[in-house]
Design a binder for this molecule. Structure first.
Ligand code: G3P
Length: 218
């Protein structure tokens, strides 16, 4: 499973990239707004660091507007995937953009039929929002598993991005569900390193080494 970082913060992106964990980045209008910089400046800066796909979302809600914005945004860097919301206008735009070779990430997916529409429109990435479904009392991870099964069953070329991830357990469940990608906030990805037994193990190894007076390795 690939890791995308779900942020527009360049500091976080550089840090996770340096850890060798970064396969791509996803942003949305909220994450872009949080950085208080111009959209293009933010996206180009991210693309200068990240080799994998960088999702940048359109704000137009009609097909023509989406197409204009998507083609413009896609011209900023080779690795941009344009994020388009799941609406009839979005599906129409996705079909056209995909036929032009522009990668589309269809976002705000909350049901299996929506994921099927995205796949049929040719979306390269399909983003079911786990956390936001969980918030309504539905099992978001079940949707991810169903989407993955559908992609395999019907032989679509799309990749399922487990999105709106809220913690390490969602990452575990994304792996188990066979998600192609999980897009994860910075705090969650750093949380994946942590285990009390790792800390305890390091502590006891150091104690034993020092008690034996073994000194420096170098
Ligand atoms: O990748 C989708 C994400 O940006 C939304 O996450 O936590 O706002 O539901 P959240």
């Amino acid at each position: 499973m690939k890791f995308f970082l779900d942020t527009a913060n360049i500091g976080q992106i550089k840090e996770i990239n340096d850890l060798g964990l970064l396969d791509g980045v996803t942003t949305n209008p909220t994450l872009i707004a949080r950085e208080k910089k111009k959209f293009r400046e933010t996206v180009e800066e991210i693309c200068s660091v990240v080799k994998g796909p960088v999702s940048a979302e359109v704000i137009a809600l009609d097909t023509d507007g989406m197409l204009k914005e998507a083609r413009f945004v896609a011209s900023w860097a080779k690795n941009i995937a344009v994020k388009i919301p799941m609406t009839p206008a979005g599906a129409k735009a996705t079909k056209i953009l995909s036929s032009e070779g522009i990668k589309v990430n269809m976002t705000l997916i909350f049901s299996l039929p929506q994921a099927l529409i995205a796949a049929k429109a040719g979306a390269k990435f399909i983003s079911p929002f786990i956390g936001r479904l969980d918030d309504t009392g539905q099992d978001g991870m079940e949707l991810v598993a169903d989407c993955v099964e559908m992609i395999h069953e019907f032989g679509f070329d799309s990749e399922i991005i487990a999105a709106s991830i809220r913690g390490p357990l969602h990452v575990v469940q994304s792996i188990q569900a066979g998600a192609h990608i999980a897009t994860v906030p910075y705090s969650t990805i750093m949380g994946l390193f942590k285990h009390p037994l790792t800390d305890r193990g390091i502590e006891s190894f150091m104690k034993d080494w020092n008690n034996a007076g073994l000194g420096s390795i170098l």
